[in-house]
Design a protein around this ligand. Structure first.
Ligand code: ZN
Length: 375
């Protein structure tokens, strides 16, 4: 069997991914304040294809996907609706899980909530402070990027690029309590109507990035094989996760960083702030879930693509052809699918191979199952 090759964001190259038999994966999950859109689904289904491929190769996979239920957009939406933020989070998390089950995503090993991790986060911040990588100012605790030499080496961005992205993505670069504009919050005071937890450095709540570092350490230990998420998380989220985790533990946090490309609609990235979204539950009212899954995996996880109205009808036709050939003659398309997936998870080429097998009248069943497409 050949070796799986995957693109690693930090090394900026396609490299062999050769974990031990038991693979530790951490995927940044949702902030549960709205329905799942196609961009989320594309991300999580990409990692599901990876998991299925690893299991097919004989690995066991322990995959943690967190739920960010302590976060600004969740508080804002709960405020707008006049509901408790945890009630809103529970409702939206359940909707998300229904969408993932419908799309035939394998269950994750755990989906811990940020709100479950406050003691872990407190302990983690203590470790970062003890090792001299953070400081207190104005009731907040900040990570001191000048103490961490390799800050920026995951994203490979220059300081100017990081500053620009931090400014665009809520990094509060002008906070007067910061010693350096790229320093980021580990803990900060809560607004009056936000939840607050007591700590020795003041009542408040965790910053966004610290949740994932604390949960990864709690659930998977100091070093994980693969960390994933959407490409928009590379900076600042993953850069900051890496810095604080390696500062706290003194050892490598992640062996392989894998990021998924964003989907656009009408020429711009699909995002909640822009409102140009296709929701999975709305698509499910019109199309069978395997059609939606096929529409996602006919694209490569690293290639940005644009929504088009022919995507679902085209994949309805494809699903019908795969079904028609499900019990066809024995062939070797499964081997071709395996080798396409070994090549940086080339799911579009794998889908093409199954299309060709269907045209030849060969059985598509095993190959479809490997790709998670229920016939
Ligand atoms: Zn995260």
């Amino acid at each position: 069997m050949s070796t799986l090759q995957l693109y690693d964001t930090a090394r900026r190259a396609v490299v062999p991914f050769e974990p031990d038999e038991h693979v530790l994966m951490y995927i940044c999950g949702i902030t549960p304040y709205d329905a799942t859109h196609l961009g989320h689904a594309a991300t999580f289904i990409s990692y599901d294809v990876l998991k299925r491929h690893l299991i097919d190769k004989g690995h066991t996979v322990q995959c943690v996907r967190n739920v960010t239920d302590v976060d600004d957009p969740l508080f804002a939406k709960a405020r707008e609706l006049g509901v408790h933020y945890l009630d809103l989070a529970a409702t939206e998390e359940a909707r998300f899980e229904r969408d993932m089950v419908a799309l035939n995503a394998l269950p994750v090993s755990s989906s811990p909530r940020a709100s479950s991790a406050i003691p872990d986060i407190r302990g983690f911040i203590g470790m970062v402070l003890d090792r001299g990588f953070a400081y207190e100012a104005g009731g907040s605790v900040y990570f001191d990027v000048t103490k961490f030499d390799s800050f920026g080496s995951l994203s490979n961005y220059s300081e100017a690029e990081m500053l620009e992205l931090a400014r665009a993505r809520g990094g509060q670069v002008d906070d007067p309590n910061k010693r350096h504009p790229l320093d980021f919050v580990l803990w900060h005071p809560s607004a009056d109507d936000e939840p607050a937890w007591e700590t020795m450095w003041g009542a408040g709540r965790p910053g966004w990035h610290i949740e994932c570092s604390a949960l990864a350490l709690r659930e998977l230990g100091t070093t994980i094989d693969l960390h994933g998420g959407g490409a928009d998380l590379i900076f600042p989220h993953h850069e900051c996760e890496r810095a604080q985790s390696e500062a706290a533990t003194g050892t490598q946090f992640v062996k392989h960083w894998m990021h998924t490309a964003l989907i656009s609609m009408n020429g711009t990235k699909m995002s909640k702030s822009l409102g140009n979204l296709v929701f999975v539950d709305a698509l499910r009212e019109q199309f069978e879930p395997p059609v939606i899954r096929l529409g996602l995996i006919e694209h490569h996880y690293r290639t940005e693509w644009e929504w088009d109205d022919e995507l679902m009808p085209r994949n309805e036709v494809r699903l019908a052809s795969w079904r028609a050939a499900a019990d066809g003659a024995a062939g070797d398309v499964i081997d071709e699918v395996r080798s396409r997936l070994d090549d940086d998870l080339d799911s579009p080429a794998a889908v093409d191979a199954v299309d060709a097998a269907a045209r030849r009248g060969e059985s598509t069943r095993a190959a479809a199952e490997l790709l998670g497409v229920a016939l």
